[in-house]
Design a protein around this ligand. Structure first.
Ligand SMILES: Nc1ncnc2c1ncn2[C@@H]1O[C@H](COP(=O)(O)OP(=O)(O)OP(=O)(O)O)[C@@H](O)[C@H]1O
Ligand SMILES: [Mg+2]
Length: 480
């Protein structure tokens, strides 16, 4: 049958759920970084486009104006003529706007060059290495995670366009540069570049927490749905488990009932056996009365004596029937009972087979302790164990067969030992005898249910049963 251990299911589901949460955390992080990278690349490419516009469209217009003397030739204003300055300014505005609209998360933009005009744009060691890779055309874009002051950033970089001729006006020979530019920045930094050189990279740095926070809602929705699904799965399995348990209980009850019914045959034999003597005594008494009556010597005293004697016999027979009836009926309530009572009743219910096989039944009540539970069921368990002993003593034709039951207390525990001198149990491992349908008996002689039920009954009543071969004797030890 399909069996579920509900504790293992609960633990597995919890572990699975935690793994799912971890998985989705990294999944969303990856997804979010991928999205962020796309967004950052778009911004960087837009920046490149702006720089390209300044270089190829805006600056030629200014040079044309200078050539036509509409603008004096030494004019220089970074707001109009420095693509780096303009790009920086546009980024400042963009950031302000996007923060105001709660759109793309705040980021840091930087142009980094090895030979910058403005020292703020000097590449650090890390940026220099990237610039070097772009110069050697080893990579087309660059992205990575970096840590600065304990904050984790996502970093993306692109190279700016390589130097064109127009760039060298301000970055080539200092002599060609507008005077106002020299006045502003001096003649040291940002010169002596060549056409085709790669001067700088542009990069954007975004704090990871900012990126992740934009998608945190998706993550929580996912794990909440996951949680509901896991709870539903658990409830579903729990219902199956409960139904299984109910079925199992029903099956056990049915087996117990069948087990009792199977004893009916020998029970009837037992009743007959136990009634034999009282019946013959009754008929004796009747015959005695009849003779006396015929002879006319029946006095009142004799009549009363015989009636009392008969009443006693009838009472005995009635008790025997009650014992069987009680045993066969299902007990509703738990009760306190003495151990010697159940041992006596177990013996009585089996006495015919015990006597018939001349088995010595020794009941050794060291301690007549009390137990609480269903005495009827304990009798059934004891009967199953004693019946096995009778079977083995018969089968192996043991001389001087004996079955002993001993009760005692040890370390606050109550014990019932049942053993026989039938030669022990030939089963390896020995605990197999408690498995359902395990039998070594011929077909029709045993179903293998007896000890399985005995174990279930004893455990249900709060006890434990074990079995051992001691000096070639099978010992069943019941502990409460
Ligand atoms: N006292 C014993 N001595 C030797 N073997 C035993 C003893 N008690 C049980 N066994 C072994 O354990 C097996 C299982 O016992 P169990 O009572 O469960 O089933 P069964 O007696 O074979 O069949 P059922 O009780 O259903 O009629 C027996 O077949 C027998 O081999
Ligand atoms: Mg049996």
């Amino acid at each position: 049958m399909f069996r579920i251990d509900i504790k293992i299911v609960a633990i597995s589901l919890t572990v699975l759920y935690i793994l799912m949460v971890i998985f989705f955390y990294y999944f969303y992080k990856h997804l979010v970084i991928k999205d962020a990278k796309q967004e950052v690349l778009t911004i960087l490419n837009t920046t490149k486009a702006i720089r390209s516009y300044i270089e190829n469209i805006q600056k030629p217009v200014i040079y044309k104006l200078k050539k036509e003397k509409k603008l004096y030739s030494e004019f220089f204003d970074p707001r109009l003529m420095s693509s780096t300055f303009i790009a920086n300014s546009i980024h400042d505005i963009y950031r302000q706007k996007s923060e105001a609209y709660n759109g793309f998360v705040p980021y840091k933009y930087k142009l980094a060059a090895t030979n910058p005009r403005n020292p703020a744009n000097l590449a650090d060691g890390f940026e220099k290495k990237i610039l070097q890779k772009f110069r050697k055309k080893e990579i087309k874009e660059f992205s990575t995670f970096i840590k600065e002051n304990d904050i984790e950033y996502f970093f993306v970089a692109l190279p700016i366009d390589r130097n064109q001729k127009s760039c060298l006006k301000c970055h080539g020979n200092p002599k060609d540069a507008p005077r106002e530019l020299m006045k502003m920045y001096g003649d040291k930094a940002g010169f002596h570049e060549k056409v085709g050189d790669l001067r700088a990279i542009i990069s954007i740095k975004v704090p990871i927490t900012n990126i992740v926070s934009t998608h945190i809602k998706d993550f929580f929705i996912t794990i909440s749905i996951g949680f509901v699904v896991f709870v539903l799965i658990f409830i579903f399995l729990y219902i199956i488990y409960k139904n299984n348990q109910k079925l199992q209980k029903k099956r056990e009850l049915l087996l117990m009932h069948q087990n009792k019914l199977a004893s009916m045959g020998s029970m009837i034999e037992n009743i007959a056996h136990q009634w034999k003597q009282p019946l013959s005594q009754l008929s004796f008494a009747m015959a005695n009365l009849e003779i006396r009556m015929k002879k006319g010597i029946l006095d009142e005293e004799k009549l009363k004596e015989k009636i009392d004697e008969s009443k006693g016999q009838i009472q005995f027979m009635s008790n025997t029937i009650d014992d069987f009836r009680n045993f066969l009926s299902t007990q509703k309530d738990k009760e306190f009972y003495h151990i010697d009572e159940v041992i006596k009743l177990s013996y009585q219910l089996l006495s015919s087979s015990i006597d018939k096989n001349s088995i010595k039944f020794i009941s050794n009540i060291d301690e007549n302790f009390k137990l609480y539970g269903y005495s009827n069921e304990i009798i059934q368990a004891l009967i199953n164990i004693i019946k096995n002993a009778i079977d083995i003593l018969k089968l192996r034709e043991i001389k001087e067969p004996a079955i002993t039951i001993k009760t005692y207390k040890k370390d606050e525990k109550k014990y019932i030992d049942i053993y026989d001198n039938g030669g022990g149990i030939d089963v390896e491992p020995i605990d197999k005898v408690f498995e359902p349908y395990f039998t070594t008996k011929d077909k029709g002689m045993g179903t293998g249910i007896g000890l399985y039920l005995a174990k279930i009954i004893i455990e249900k009543n709060g006890g434990q049963i074990s079995v051992k071969n001691i000096h070639n004797e099978a010992h069943f030890i019941i502990k409460f």
